[in-house]
Design a protein around this ligand. Structure first.
Ligand SMILES: [Zn+2]
Ligand SMILES: [Zn+2]
Length: 252
């Protein structure tokens, strides 16, 4: 079952680029909630308060690539503006991991590291999500982040650092925020991948993305090519259609 899941995951990575799906099985520590469902499969649990009233996010990072507190605060604000979580949203920066030395990383390797280091899983009314910040590169060096299971995301911290913070580059906080928010958008089922599209705005050529170029969920947001355009420090936001989709699936 796991082998099947992972094989499908790799195929999906090529289809969705930075978002992927897989089968479900193996709770990985939760009670009845499975943390190895496809990306977007538990979008309603994130958006509405019907089952989960709180959200906790764990962040583990490879030494040297701790995300900025400002970016994490931005992620929290973004989620607070879209999710019904009356019990609150907390983000915990947890383990510093010594470099696994595995660059370029595959989604499988990100998942292996997650299993080794993740401490917080969904329990009771508190839903849990996970970020791992990696050194080096993804298989596709242009990719700055990817979501690989229903609660799991990875950021390519070293790639983000290499394209930000320097002369003529956007700030590190701007790029980190854009990638954190974009990958979480996939966990929320965007676009038409767990949260149905109310109006047709799916980028057919780049599955699970929005066809509005200014939208946070435009496919290129997770690439280094796109980021060089963010010189003004403006972080892409969801367009009206993506917001409408989230609202129709229980979000704000
Ligand atoms: Zn994406
Ligand atoms: Zn959109």
């Amino acid at each position: 079952m796991k082998l099947h899941s992972l094989a499908f995951l790799f195929v999906s990575l090529f289809i969705f680029s930075c978002s992927s799906s897989s089968g479900s099985n193996d709770g990985g520590g939760g009670t009845t909630f499975s943390h190895t469902q496809g990306v977007g499969d538990t979008a309603n649990g994130f958006l509405s308060a019907s089952e989960y009233t709180s959200l906790t996010i764990e962040v583990d990072y490879v030494a040297g690539f701790q995300p900025s507190q400002a970016a994490l605060n931005n992620l929290k604000s973004f989620l607070e503006s879209r999710l019904h979580k009356p019990g609150g949203i907390t983000i915990t920066v947890d383990d510093e991991i010594s470099s696994p030395g595995q660059s370029p990383y595959t989604a499988q390797e990100a998942f292996d590291l997650e299993q080794e280091h993740r401490d917080i899983y969904t329990e009771g009314n508190t839903l849990a999500a996970y970020f791992i910040i990696l050194d080096g590169e993804f298989e596709n060096e242009n990719v700055l982040g990817f979501a690989y299971f229903n609660t799991s995301m990875a950021l390519m911290g070293e790639r983000i650092e290499s394209i930000s913070g320097g002369f003529g580059q956007p700030s590190k906080t701007t790029v980190e925020t854009a990638v954190l928010n974009h990958e979480f958008g996939h966990i929320l089922g965007l676009v038409d991948n767990g949260t149905p599209a109310v109006e047709d705005h799916v980028d057919e050529a780049n599955g699970a993305h929005c066809d509005v170029e200014s939208c946070l969920m435009y496919f290129a947001v997770r690439t280094s090519d796109f980021m060089s355009n963010l010189m003004g420090g403006e972080i892409p936001e969801l367009d009206a259609q993506c917001i409408q989709d989230l609202q129709a699936n229980g979000g704000k």
